[in-house]
Write a protein that binds this ligand. Structure first.
Ligand code: KG4
Ligand code: ZN
Length: 337
C-alpha cells in the first residue's frame, strides 16, 4: 500500500491530506482564513500567501497526527499547482518540492479545478467516469466532458463572474458580509424566490457558457442603485430576504439547466458537481430533482469536500500509477489557459 501526502494552498484555505492508493482518506485538515479576509470583504492575495506560510507546517503536523503516520512512511507528494493566486500557490508548491526532495519521493502536480470533480469520485467510493462535471466555485464556473479522472475537456465556462463570485458580490450589496454564499443562502430561506424575476443569461445560447455579471447588476438596480454604484444595503426584513431568494433562484435555474443540456449534449448519464457553491442546499435539491426527471446519476460531495481541501487531490494516485511525475521545476500557473 502506498501513502500520499497532498497540499492545497491555491486560495484562502491551507489544507493537507493523507490518503492511500485505494483512495482511503486517513486525514484531511483544513485551516480556513475566512476571519483574516472578512474585514476586507474578499480574499487579499498577499494576506493569503503570508497566512499559508504561517499555517502550513502546523496543518501538516496535525494531518500526520490524525493519520497516525510519520513523514518517513509517505511514498508520494501531491500539490495543487494550478489555477489559483500565484503567491498562495507558491507556498504549497515550495513546501511540496522541499518534502519530495528531502524524502526522496516522487512529486505530482494536480489541477485544482479537476480536483473539485474528483472530490465526487472520492466521496462516491466508486468510479464515476465518464461523466459531465460542473465546477462551481468562487473562481470558476465550468462544465467539463470528464472522459477520465485526469482528462477533462471544457464544454463551457463563465464569460465574466463565477457563480460563487456573484454570491459574494450580491452578499456585499445586501450587507450580508463575507463569504457571501452561505450568508445569501441563510437569508434566502426567509424570502420568496419569485418576488423578483432576475435574468437567466445566455440560456438560449447554443454554447454551454455562463454569465453572472448582469444578474449582479440586476440586483443592484432592484436596490435602486442605477445612478449610484454603492446604494445602501436594505435593512433586515422581507425585501432583503426576497432579493436573496430571487437571486439564488436565478443562479440555481441557470446551473441546473446547463447541467441538463450538457448531459444531453454528451449523452452521459452521470453528472458530478463540485466546488464551494455545490454546498448550497437549494442547488443540491434542484439538481437532485432534475437528475431524477432525466434518469441521471448525480454525484455531489458532502459539504467538507465541496469547499477547498487537499483530499480531493487524490487523482494523484492515477498519475503515480502511470509514473507521470513532476520535476522539481514544477511552477505555479495562476490561470488556466
Ligand atoms: O471551492 P471554493 O471553496 O473556493 C474556490 O476554489 O473558489 O468556493 C468558494 C465559493 C465562495 O464564492 C463562496 O461564497 C461559495 O463558494 N459558497 C457558496 C456556499 N458555500 C460556499 N455559495 C452558495 N451557497 C453556499 N452555501
Ligand atoms: Zn476551489
Amino acid at each position: 500500500m502506498a501513502l500520499f501526502l497532498a497540499l492545497e494552498t491555491s486560495c484562502d484555505e491551507t489544507a493537507v491530506a493523507i490518503f492511500d492508493d485505494q483512495l482511503r482518506v486517513l486525514a484531511s485538515v483544513v485551516a480556513s482564513q475566512t476571519e483574516l479576509h472578512a474585514r476586507f470583504g474578499g480574499v487579499v492575495p498577499e494576506v493569503a500567501a503570508r497566512a499559508h506560510l504561517e499555517r502550513l507546517l502546523p496543518v501538516l503536523d496535525q494531518a500526520l497526527h490524525q493519520a497516525g503516520v510519520t513523514l518517513g512512511q509517505i511514498d508520494c507528494i501531491a500539490v495543487h499547482h494550478t489555477p489559483g493566486l500565484i503567491g498562495a500557490l507558491l507556498v504549497g508548491i515550495s513546501a511540496a518540492k522541499t518534502l519530495a526532495l528531502a524524502m526522496d519521493v516522487p512529486l505530482v502536480g494536480v489541477n485544482h479545478v479537476a480536483s473539485h470533480v474528483f472530490a465526487c469520485r472520492l466521496a462516491a467510493g466508486r468510479d464515476i467516469f465518464p461523466c459531465v462535471g460542473l465546477v462551481v466555485s468562487g473562481g470558476h464556473t465550468t462544465l467539463f466532458d470528464c472522459q477520465e479522472a485526469t482528462r477533462l475537456i471544457p464544454l463551457g465556462a463563465t464569460r465574466d463572474d463565477a457563480a460563487g463570485e456573484a454570491f459574494d458580490k450580491v452578499a456585499a450589496l445586501l450587507g450580508l458580509g463575507f463569504p457571501g454564499g452561505p450568508a445569501v443562502e441563510r437569508e434566502a430561506a426567509y424570502g420568496n424566490p419569485q418576488a423578483f424575476r432576475f435574468p437567466r443569461a445566455l440560456l438560449r445560447d447554443d454554447r454551454l457558457d455562463f454569465s453572472f455579471s448582469g444578474l449582479k447588476t440586476a440586483v443592484l438596480y432592484a436596490l435602486g442603485g442605477q445612478n449610484n454604484a454603492n446604494p445602501a444595503p436594505p435593512p433586515p426584513g422581507p425585501l432583503r430576504a426576497d432579493l436573496a431568494a430571487s437571486f439564488q433562484a436565478a443562479v440555481v435555474e441557470v446551473l441546473v439547466t446547463r447541467c441538463r443540456q450538457a448531459c444531453q449534449h454528451t449523452g452521459y448519464r452521470r453528472l458530478a458537481v463540485g466546488g464551494g457553491v455545490a454546498a448550497n442546499a437549494a442547488l443540491r435539491s434542484a439538481l437532485q430533482t432534475m437528475a431524477e426527471q432525466e434518469g441521471l446519476e448525480l454525484f455531489i460531495p458532502p459539504l467538507a469536500y465541496c469547499t477547498d481541501n487537499a483530499a480531493m487531490a487524490a487523482s494523484a494516485v492515477e498519475y503515480w500509477r502511470r509514473g507521470e511525475f513532476a520535476s522539481l521545476d514544477l511552477d505555479a500557473v495562476p490561470t488556466v489557459t
